[in-house]
Ligand binder design. Structure first.
Ligand code: GTP
Ligand code: MG
Length: 612
């Protein structure tokens, strides 16, 4: 049993620990009944979670409403047909309101669907079945609603991304870097409604494709489900049509007539073309469909406006799902893995090491592997080889192209001495992460989470991170020499910043803030922070519709107000310059004690190079 878990058992904090490990599962009924004091049931497997989420999605509908106050009316209306488990409210990026309604059974949900109507005023709109609906205003006399007093929204505005300024203020108020890291994780990790919505979008596609393909499944993978997702992350989906045991039963004598696709080597490329057409024509909420069909893994990209998500749909890529399973398993083994990874991902984004677009730079997935590899070095996590060696028959999984994805799934079977052998806090681990990679020999060594140790690089690709499921592949083969150098330099800078970090917890970039706040936005933020107002020029100052009594006078006084503000800006810029000068003088004067002298000399070299 992990040291942390043992401690929690003693202190009776098992439930909060469980909530921390599986924040998105706090509403999963079947999982909340598990006894976590029973060490055999300590970990929930990826398959259990996925099955629970898929079941939830089958019993749920997403209904567009006028506002969150439509709750009573919607509850009253739907409960006439079926019993409701809970209603979750969210807004999409266009500010439109939606309620995700979870019914108690799939049959209940179907009863509601049977009572839906279509909106066919225009002839070019064709009715379609989907779990995405809207709630029409009541045209007749309003019936009196009797809503139980204890019923309310499970969550209001559940999809909102934490406001950066508010988050920074909260981070500034923390008392140490570990607390900052935990807070950042708690505020930004993908929440329950975020996961539910992602499964709803997958379910919507299954509903559309079910009539075309017998055994179709659409499964989310990647950060939406592997436990490392943040609010607003993209949704990776895979469409599969595996032959189930039932469908391939040779005893069944009646067999479907089938249609062979005559399209040479990659028939699914043509099917994906059809899928893209269907997405454009028949799937509510879908827009901006882009076909990338000639890539190694063909995908269709699209935006889902009702759910406010960017989606990537591919076919048959089961190794992506198994990879998510592996990351999920490693993430659940130690409560520090996910907050640490989230901080590193955030740091990389702030320094433009990662980007929303694919290119010659590192992405979140290899960065996550770097963190897991580091945690293996500290005895916090086991090697993947260890999980492979302990796999049983029930763990055998073979993905496309015969890739063997077999490894131990049930972490309850893993001896406790294989993980959690280090009690360092998050702050220490973060510093050690940067120190570790400051000294890592990227030119000769490859990072292998399979072995749990560095191995010799088989080729000269600048950054080599072994694919955990296919040991002959490098997941960072796209990274250019320049980008790898930039990554190394920023790692050394981060180590330096943390080591030399100011103790002044009043400064607005102490601790984690200096690592995760974009430098450009920090300067701009100061510029915008004038006097008591937080905006340089409020838009409403320019377009105040109420103020039309004396327009000329109004404009003159606004102009004066703006001029005063611009004077304040000048003052603020002057203040900033003075601050900068003072800061650089202080830094020159300050004697920095590095715990690690090699890091120190490297950092000074980089800083000098930058100056030139
Ligand atoms: P974000 O979307 O950035 O939040 O992270 P992500 O983990 O979802 O990464 P991404 O969307 O780029 O990839 C989705 C999933 O595909 C990853 O989680 C991996 O499971 C898998 N994946 C990504 N890159 C590779 C790769 O190079 N090789 C293999 N085999 N799988 C990959
Ligand atoms: Mg992703």
């Amino acid at each position: 049993m992990s040291v942390l878990f043992q401690k929690l058992l003693h202190t009776g904090k098992v439930n909060s620990f469980r909530k921390f490990l599986y924040p998105s599962l706090s509403h999963c009924k079947c999982l909340s009944e598990r006894k976590f004091s029973d060490s055999h049931n300590k970990f929930v497997s990826f398959d259990e979670v996925a099955a629970q989420r898929r079941d939830e999605a089958r019993r749920s509908l997403v209904i567009q409403v006028n506002s969150e106050s439509s709750f009573n009316e919607l509850y009253g209306y739907c409960s006439k047909y079926a019993s409701i488990n809970g209603i979750h409210h969210y807004k999409n990026s266009g500010g439109e309101h939606f309620m995700l309604v979870e019914f108690s059974t799939e049959q209940s949900m179907k009863d509601v669907l049977r009572n839906c109507s279509a909106h066919q005023k225009e002839h070019d709109v064709m009715a379609l079945k989907s779990p995405f609906l809207w709630f029409r205003a009541n045209s007749g006399k309003k019936a009196k609603l009797t809503i139980p007093t204890d019923v309310s929204l499970v969550i209001k505005d559940g999809n909102a991304i934490t406001d950066e300024e508010k988050l920074n203020a909260e981070l500034q108020a923390c008392s140490n870097i570990s607390d900052q890291m935990q807070l950042l994780y708690d505020r930004t990790t993908l929440n329950d409604i975020g996961v539910r919505l992602r499964y709803m979008v997958a379910r919507q596609l299954e509903v559309v494709f079910e009539s075309l393909y017998t055994n179709i499944e659409v499964r989310p993978f990647g950060s939406s489900v592997n436990g490392f997702g943040r609010m607003g992350c993209d949704l990776d989906l895979v469409l599969t049509n595996e032959l189930t045991h039932q469908l391939s039963d040779p005893k069944k004598r009646l067999v479907y007539q089938e249609k062979k696709c005559s399209s040479g080597v990659r028939p699914w490329q043509r099917h994906l073309e059809l899928v893209a057409e269907l997405l454009e024509l028949r799937v509510a909420g879908v827009s901006r469909v882009t076909r990338i069909l000639h890539a190694r893994v063909p995908i269709v990209k699209y935006a889902h406006e009702l759910a406010g998500l960017d989606c990537d749909l591919c076919y048959g890529n089961l190794s992506g799902v198994y990879m998510s399973e592996l990351l999920w398993a490693l993430g659940t083994l130690d409560a520090r893995a996910r907050p640490l990874t989230q901080c590193v991902r955030r740091w990389a984004a702030a320094h433009a090491l990662t980007s929303a677009h694919a290119g010659r730079w590192v992405t979140n997935f290899p960065l996550t592997l770097m963190v897991l590899f580091f945690l293996q070095q500290r005895g916090v996590l086991p090697s993947v080889k260890n999980l492979i060696n302990r796999a049983g028959k029930e763990d055998i999984r073979i993905a496309e192209e015969n890739v063997n994805c077999t490894f131990l799934r049930d972490m309850n079977k893993l001896p406790t001495e294989c993980y959690g052998q280090n009690e360092a806090n998050l702050e220490t681990l973060l510093l050690q992460f940067f120190e570790f990679y400051s000294q890592f020999d990227f030119s000769e060594k490859a990072i292998s989470v399979i072995e749990g140790k560095a191995i010799r690089k088989p080729n000269s690709q600048p950054l080599y991170i072994v694919n955990p499921l296919e040991n002959m592949l490098n997941v960072s083969r796209n990274v250019s020499y320049e980008e790898c150098e930039r990554l190394k330099a920023e790692i050394r800078n981060a180590a330096w910043q943390l080591e030399a970090g100011s103790d002044d917890k009043k400064s607005d970039d102490w601790g984690l803030l200096s690592l995760i706040e974009k430098k450009s936005s920090r300067g701009l933020k100061r510029l915008l922070r004038v006097g008591n107002s937080h905006r340089l020029v409020a838009v409403k100052d320019l377009f105040n519709e109420d103020d039309d009594s004396d327009k000329e006078e109004g404009f003159r006084s606004k102009l004066e107000r703006l001029t005063q503000k611009s004077d304040k800006v000048e003052e603020s810029v002057k203040e900033m310059k003075e601050d900068l000068e003072k800061n650089s003088k202080e830094k020159k004067d300050k004697k920095i004690n590095f715990k690690n002298s090699q890091v120190a000399s490297e950092v000074f070299r980089i800083r000098r190079d930058k100056m030139v």
